[in-house]
Design a protein around this ligand. Structure first.
Ligand code: AMP
Length: 396
């Protein structure tokens, strides 16, 4: 991992604060979009931890008031061997310190960069651990929404630790019974890892979207390359809809593994649920212990295609009417569900209260955005620009 120099005055301030709370500052570990991460020794537990230090003046106000508290609140409640454990957070006038379990093995991404594709055994071990961690997260009604190789860290025994809950949120309103999935509407994540429905800017099931990202991870683990070229969005979407391509170079990848990749990188109508993944022939010999909550989670992987098709039909109608909506990618794809073409949806009636997603007219939707009523497009554009993080990620 590249170690960028950090100004010593900054390190001094951090060190002083940490000392006051019983930590001894160690080496610099890396830098994220908003934070610098250090290793530190926690005297009380006699253990090394990772400390994420966020400079408040570098972060956007909305990030500090909304996303960071949500990240902390959700992360605090999650405890699993394949997740980075959250220990404590400390807020001072200028900074927020987040104490986390240390992952001394670094990022899986760095391993792939250095050594290329993993063999079937290593990919199997890591993917099974990723599935265990994700099944646990989903069982709590939480979605990660930024799964990628950079966010998979390794402990000292090369075990997967899922990290970075900056985009996570509760997405099942009835967490106890794991029902009522809240479809997401805003673009979240990195282009190379998000599913087509997210790129298209249409309401999507975030649990299924996490599964897609897991498929991208599995493909990359076995081939050493991302499945789709994210340098051009239109091309990216076309490639996603076609599905991942295996060539002669991938002859060493087992047919079962290829099948699992195809099942996770399928359209959301056909995409595997975590339950199906755990039952897949490639996974069966790898699974150490089947998560007990798996059976109760099927409602989370609700297929939103009927809702979607209704909405798409409305968009097409609108486009035919001569005014292109910002969601024009939607009408140019092959994802229209045949049901929608057979039975047109009734025109949306004026809502007495906030209408369900599928009933809202397309003009109110903006690319990857929330419904914003009658606000000017330029205002929405400005907001989009602000909401997009440096690495092309967006928060909702
Ligand atoms: P992030 O802000 O999460 O993007 O992390 C910035 C850098 O710190 C990345 O290089 C991570 O690999 C590293 N890092 C983040 N969390 C940890 C951790 N818990 N243990 C070790 N390194 C970490």
């Amino acid at each position: 991992m590249a170690r960028a120099p950090v100004r010593s005055s900054q390190a001094k301030v951090v060190s002083n604060i940490l000392e006051k709370h019983g930590y001894q500052l160690g080496q610099y570990l890396g830098k994220g979009a908003y934070a610098i991460v250090w290793e530190a020794y926690f005297k009380k537990w006699r253990t090394n931890v990772a400390v994420k230090v966020l400079m408040k003046d570098k972060a956007e106000a909305e990030f500090l008031s909304k996303f960071l508290p949500r990240e902390i609140q959700v992360w605090k409640g999650l405890k699993h061997p394949n997740l980075i454990n959250f220990y404590q957070s400390i807020e001072t006038t200028n900074r927020v310190y987040i104490m986390l379990e240390l992952a001394p093995g670094g990022e899986v991404m760095d391993k792939i960069r250095m050594k290329g594709a993993c063999d079937e055994r290593t990919a199997g071990k890591w993917f099974e651990q990723l599935c265990q961690g994700m099944a646990y997260i989903h069982s709590k009604g939480v979605v990660h929404r930024d799964l990628k190789l950079e966010n998979l860290l390794l402990d000292q025994h090369d075990n997967i630790k899922i990290s970075d809950f900056g985009f996570c949120k509760f997405a099942a309103t009835d967490v106890k019974n794991l029902k009522q999935v809240q479809l997401s509407e805003t673009y979240c994540g990195s282009y190379a890892y998000v599913p087509p429905e997210v790129l298209q800017g249409i309401p999507y099931n975030p649990f299924l979207s996490d599964v897609w990202s897991m498929g991208v991870i599995l493909f990359t683990l076995r081939t050493g390359k991302l499945p789709f070229d994210d340098s051009n969005l239109r091309r990216l979407l076309k490639q996603m809809i076609k599905g991942p391509i295996f060539t002669q170079k991938h002859a060493s990848i087992s047919l079962e593994c290829k099948d699992l990749v195809r099942g996770t990188l399928a359209s959301d109508v056909h995409r595997y649920s975590l339950h199906t993944i755990f039952d897949h022939p490639w996974m069966l010999p790898l699974v150490r212990e089947r998560p007990p909550y798996l059976r109760d989670m099927d409602a989370l992987y609700l297929r939103p295609h009927l809702r979607r098709s209704t909405q798409r039909l409305m968009t097409i109608r609108h486009t035919d009417g001569g005014t292109r909506s910002t969601a024009n990618l939607v009408s140019s794809t092959r994802l229209v569900h045949p049901e929608a073409l057979r039975s047109p949806s009734p025109p949306p009636s004026p809502p007495a209260h906030r209408p369900p997603l599928h009933a809202r007219p397309p003009l109110q939707r903006s690319w990857g955005g929330r419904e914003e009523g009658g606000r000017a497009e330029s205002e929405r554009e400005r907001e989009r620009g602000r909401g997009l993080a440096k690495d092309g990620r967006r928060r909702e």
